[in-house]
Design a protein around this ligand. Structure first.
Ligand code: TRP
Ligand code: ZN
Length: 469
């Protein structure tokens, strides 16, 4: 089903190119690819350019569920380009300019093809501006989870893992292209808006308030969020002066208070365990229960659909190192996010008088970790390094068995070397991208005298349940 649509997009692009006449620029540019060949989401992202910055100006009317947006994207061409694509799902595009000049555009599925009046040269930095509006879509994924734009009882939230951010802004929606962000969102004055990074301005006029948020560190688009609602905001700082900004739905306030009170202590333990925190602020967004049945590690400030428990807060904050700062190169590397964040929960438990990681590992191996037998069996459904398809990238083999891979590495290198490895891995790829091969090579280089063959072959890539270690 994917292939015919890709072919269709390619055909449209060729037609656009063919009938275009002289563009004024070079004549040797070719269209950028319509996807980055992600093994699970082949149409996600686009070839031929690299985004440096997103400047998003949005207005949202929660009653009408209507969004109006202007996205100004600064990017650098990585080839001579006659045309390039952005990903955008739903919404109406009013116009597109490139370097301030009107550009022709075409839409096919999630692909917005832009043909600039002048070709872009390899290495050239350019600005593309897209004006758009409409009712943003809620996307149902292959695993039935909902993402994209999710209206709530008192507003809405944008959640983008794995491909939902294209429901609320056009972009290069693949984790391999990280960028900085400025986001200005205007809402009726009775609403608040929380996002990633730092709130730089808030101003009300004519019954509407504009919130300006700035993200200075590179961010994958799936980690961008905007949460519109009635927020109880609290600002503080951790012991070492890192700003903490939490936004909590009033209905969830009482339940959230005790767990959010632990945030500074969790941040301290995570910095001791994972190394320097990669971002300029921290916090949390605790929404009232809506359509999202899951928490998400939105950068700086994880999103929770209701008051989290301590383990979930530990998990989402650990993602700031593993996932948000060290981001997967493709969705196949999801276990590098979830295996690490799950192992963070185990280590937290071990360091705070709960079950040790070994005890949790044993319970999983023995099939008495989850309440029901089917869930215990499902841990062995596929290897963490190779989920069968897009419908399974958030299943327990990626989370629990991914954490078991890390525990096997720990047992092989020893506790101290493993803790150093956690920190060194986060430092080596800070604000970058990494894949599973990078990880296995990194582990092998860190302990050349050890043999990891069985861990990689049986635990990371092998089908079925490995032999008891
Ligand atoms: N990545 C999120 C976390 O572990 C959870 C998540 C996001 C999820 N989307 C999902 C879980 C879809 C199941 C299905 O922190
Ligand atoms: Zn996670």
């Amino acid at each position: 089903m994917r292939l015919p649509r890709l072919l269709l997009a390619a055909a449209t692009l060729t037609a656009l190119t063919a009938c275009s006449g002289g563009g004024g620029g070079g004549v040797d540019g070719t269209p950028g690819a319509a996807g980055l060949r992600d093994p699970y989401f082949p149409k996600a992202g686009n070839g031929g350019y690299d985004v440096g910055h997103y400047d998003l100006t949005l207005a949202y009317d929660p009653d009408a569920e209507h969004l109006t947006g202007t996205a100004t994207i600064t990017a650098r061409a990585t080839q001579d380009l006659s045309a390039f694509n952005l990903d955008l799902k739903g919404l109406d595009v009013e116009n597109v300019t490139v370097e301030g000049r009107e550009a022709r555009f075409n839409r096919a599925g999630q692909e917005l093809t832009v043909r600039p009046p002048d070709e872009l040269d390899d290495g050239e930095t350019f600005r593309v501006r897209v004006r758009y509006s409409g009712e943003p879509e809620t996307i149902t994924d292959a695993d039935d989870s909902e993402e994209g734009w999710l209206p709530t009882d008192d507003g809405a939230v944008g959640l983008g893992e794995p491909v939902g951010s294209m429901a609320w802004f056009p972009g290069n929606h693949h984790p391999s292209d990280k960028a900085t962000y400025d986001l200005a969102v205007t809402v009726p004055e009775e609403y608040g808006v929380v996002s990633n990074g730092e709130l730089t301005d808030e101003s009300t006029s004519g019954g509407r308030t504009t919130f300006r948020w700035h993200t200075a560190e590179p961010m994958a688009s799936y980690l961008a969020t905007v949460a519109v609602g009635d927020w109880k905001v609290s600002r503080s700082a951790t012991g070492d002066g890192l700003p903490v900004y939490t936004a909590v739905d009033p209905e969830q306030e009482a339940a959230s208070r005790p767990v959010l009170a632990q945030l500074p202590a969790i941040m301290k333990w995570e910095q001791d365990t994972f190394g320097p925190y990669p971002f300029s602020s921290t916090g949390a967004i605790v929404d009232r229960r809506g359509d999202a049945g899951y928490a998400l590690e939105t950068q700086h400030r994880p999103y929770f659909p209701g008051a989290p428990d301590t383990g979930t807060l530990v998990h989402e904050l650990a993602h700031q190192w593993y996932g948000d700062s060290v981001t997967p190169k493709s969705w196949r590397d999801m276990w590098l996010n979830e295996g690490f964040a799950t192992y963070a929960e185990w280590l937290w438990s071990e360091d705070h008088g709960g079950d040790s990681a070994q005890e949790i590992f044993d319970a999983l191996y023995d099939g008495d970790y989850f309440d029901d037998a089917a869930a215990n069996e499902a841990v062995w459904a596929f290897p963490p390094g190779k989920p069968p398809d897009a419908a399974h990238i958030s299943d327990s083999p990626v989370y629990q068995r991914g954490a078991m891979v890390l525990h096997r590495v720990r047992r092989t290198v020893g506790d101290d070397a493993f803790r150093a490895l956690l920190r060194d891995w986060a430092a080596a790829h800070r604000h970058g991208n990494a894949d599973t091969d990078d990880f296995t090579a990194f582990v092998e280089e860190s302990a050349p005298e050890k043999d990891f063959t069985e861990i990689w072959e049986d635990w990371l890539f092998g089908d079925g349940k490995p032999e008891r270690p």
